[in-house]
Design a protein around this ligand. Structure first.
Ligand SMILES: [Zn+2]
Ligand SMILES: [Zn+2]
Length: 306
């Protein structure tokens, strides 16, 4: 924590304190297998003793299997501050330490599972050929036989160890939906920094002009890019409509959803961009107005007007 710089804003009622830790220095502390084992020992201790939030020095030392307590203390001290904190006489993981262990368990840094491709019971709306799912290097991807991209999302390797590809598509759909909901509300789903979602016009030779939902996190560089119809997915009235039709959004392939695939776009204003989306969901015609910051500012959904 030598490089830590503390800035406190004491004016507000929240009295918020933010500590900036140099990430390179923090991760350098993990560049040693003993220290990673220490973090894992915390998690194992917690699994064996669910009510204990902290672990004793000697418990951790024995779990890691180091006899020399001076040597063990040295490694533990390297983790203190960012990944481990002292709690009375014992030690416990910080939020960051806990997240490192979560990532190791999820296989984010080590997993190498590959699956597929297998054909799904679904087709491509553009060319009609069968959709295929495959999973490699932490990415679940669905394309058709003509290589049209249908769906793409990251899934931690640990989830792929025993799951079928159909189950992974379902999991990826849930994860993607949660992510887009957070981003649409202005929070990065990867690092929880503030993001500003937007809609933008794009031109491609194949598809001509279209409008996309788009966001980029300035803190972690995660990006989101999807057909503008995605903004309707987490609208309560649209969710209700799909639910009433007996096909809840979470149980369907996204590339088959009308709002993603068959939305007609009318540009109402160029600057700031404002568009109208027209789509028929089942038998129900829906019209929505979306503003530049990807908010649904008007919705005309007759089925729900009771
Ligand atoms: Zn296709
Ligand atoms: Zn981020």
């Amino acid at each position: 924590m030598d490089d830590a710089e503390t800035t406190a804003s004491g004016n507000g009622a929240e009295n918020r304190t933010v500590e900036d830790v140099d990430p390179a220095a923090a991760f350098a502390a993990l560049g040693n297998s003993t220290r990673v084992e220490i973090l894992q020992a915390f998690r194992e201790h917690h699994l064996a003793n669910p009510t204990a939030s902290a672990a004793a020095f000697s418990t951790l030392r024995k779990a890691v299997g180091i006899r020399d307590s001076g040597q063990f203390r040295y490694h533990l001290e390297q983790l203190r501050g960012t990944f481990v904190e002292k709690c009375d006489e014992d030690y416990r993981l910080t939020y960051a330490g806990s997240k490192v262990i979560d990532a190791i368990i999820a296989g984010t840094y080590t997993g190498r599972t590959r699956l597929g491709p297998v054909a799904l019971d679904s087709g491509c709306s553009r060319c009609g050929t069968a959709a295929h799912a495959s999973y490699r290097d932490g990415i679940l991807e669905v394309t058709c036989e003509d290589d049209h991209p249908l769906f793409y999302w990251s899934v931690p390797p640990n989830a792929a160890v025993e799951a079928s590809l159909e189950e992974l598509v379902e999991l990826a759909t849930t994860l993607a939906l949660q992510s887009y909901e957070l981003v649409a509300d202005g929070t990065c789903s990867e690092c929880y920094s503030a993001v500003e979602p937007t809609i933008r016009t794009v031109h491609s030779e194949e598809a001509g002009g279209s409008v996309r939902f788009s966001a980029r996190c300035r803190a972690c560089a995660a990006t989101w890019d999807a057909p503008v119809g995605f903004v309707l997915l987490d609208h309560p009235e649209i969710e209700l409509l799909y639910h009433q039709q007996g096909r809840p959004i979470s149980s369907q392939y996204w590339w088959e959803l009308e709002v993603v695939d068959r939305t007609e776009i009318t540009v109402l204003e160029e600057d700031p961009l404002r568009v109208r989306l027209s789509v028929t969901i089942g038998e129900t015609p829906v019209r929505a107005t979306v503003d530049e910051s990807a908010r649904v500012v008007g919705l005309d959904c007759p089925a729900n007007m009771d």
